[in-house]
Write a new protein. Structure first.
Length: 320
């Protein structure tokens, strides 16, 4: 590996780590509230307004008891998101770069990048597949941290330390306990990541067309030059807005898998498999229960993507 290649790899690791860590700490309250909502069986539909009322009561209670409780589980969440983001974005970049090189050799053209990014432009299929595969691989590696994070946030467990959580999970289910719900997690994360990368890359091309021309600035302060890169402020705005939009759409589509995953991880003895959990929720609750916590997850994922990818895109420009 050359020095230049090492520098590029390090840039993606650092960019992913910093972006993921910042988003995890800032948005932990939303993640905690989402977990608390999803852990509760619900016979009442979202339509009648009860869920919204319950959410408000939950927030008031947590704030009254101790506002810092909203950040319960921040350590495992920060570890999972920062490490996971660093590994995912590094893996994704490596895969996308290889695909771009193959495409470049076939066409005889150089690798293209958008005006707001240093990431290679790929076909829709390549964006979808690389995002899904990279997320699936990294999701498996970080699964133990995910299990600990979800249980920390839940009221079903009263863990006071990471060591205590690890010991309790291992005592109950051995090594398998750290991978409970991986099937549902993978079914949520892989499609989400694939859709996200596809939509994100598309949005980066569409967003500049929507923005007022007075907002779109180039590095040399000149306009309409197809070879020019956008200024830092413009590219940050475009990348953040694109990430926000892509995350919102992908999150809504994959929401049921997130609810199923959470139930399986919190109550593995009751919900031991994906299909059984799905049938139980449809039979004893209702279809809307599959979208429990969607508002929290939608808000968190959109802002998380905006923060993490905005930071990531700008940091790799500095290092590369």
């Amino acid at each position: 590996m050359t020095e230049k290649t090492k520098t590029k790899s390090t840039a993606h690791l650092i960019g992913g780590f910093v972006g993921g860590l910042t988003a995890a700490v800032a948005l932990q309250p939303l993640d905690l509230l989402k977990t608390r909502i999803q852990q509760q069986p619900r016979q009442i539909s979202i339509v009648n307004g009860k869920t919204q009322s319950h959410l408000g009561t939950m927030i008031v209670q947590l704030v009254r008891e101790n506002p810092l409780q909203l950040w319960r589980g921040t350590l495992p969440s920060a570890l999972r998101t920062s490490i996971g983001s660093a590994l995912y974005l590094s893996c994704l970049n490596s895969m996308r770069t290889q695909v771009a090189l193959i495409q470049a050799k076939k066409t005889g053209k150089s690798i293209r990048t958008s005006k707001s990014s240093k990431l290679p432009e790929l076909s829709n299929t390549a964006n979808l597949m690389t995002g899904a595969i990279a997320r699936g691989l990294v999701g498996y590696i970080t699964m133990p941290i995910t299990i600990i994070k979800v249980r920390y946030e839940s009221t079903l467990y009263n863990y006071t330390s990471l060591k205590g959580a690890v010991v309790d999970i291992y005592r109950a289910d051995k090594i398998n306990g750290f991978f409970k719900g991986f099937g549902a997690t993978c079914l949520r994360d892989a499609p989400y990541a694939g859709l996200y990368v596809l939509l994100y890359e598309k949005a980066k091309l569409i967003t500049p067309m929507i923005l007022p021309k007075t907002v779109v600035k180039y590095q040399s302060n000149s306009f309409s030059d197809s070879s020019q890169k956008y200024s830092t402020a413009t590219s940050t705005l475009i990348n953040t807005a694109s990430a926000f939009t892509a995350a919102g759409i992908a999150t809504t589509i994959t929401a049921p898998f997130d609810t199923l995953k959470t139930r399986m991880q919190l109550e593995p003895n009751k919900f031991s498999n994906f299909v059984g959990t799905f049938i139980h929720m449809i039979k004893h609750e209702n279809v809307t229960a599959l979208f429990s916590g969607l508002s929290m997850r939608l808000t968190r994922k959109a802002f998380s993507a905006g923060i993490a990818w905005g930071i990531y895109e700008e940091l790799i420009k500095r290092f590369m």
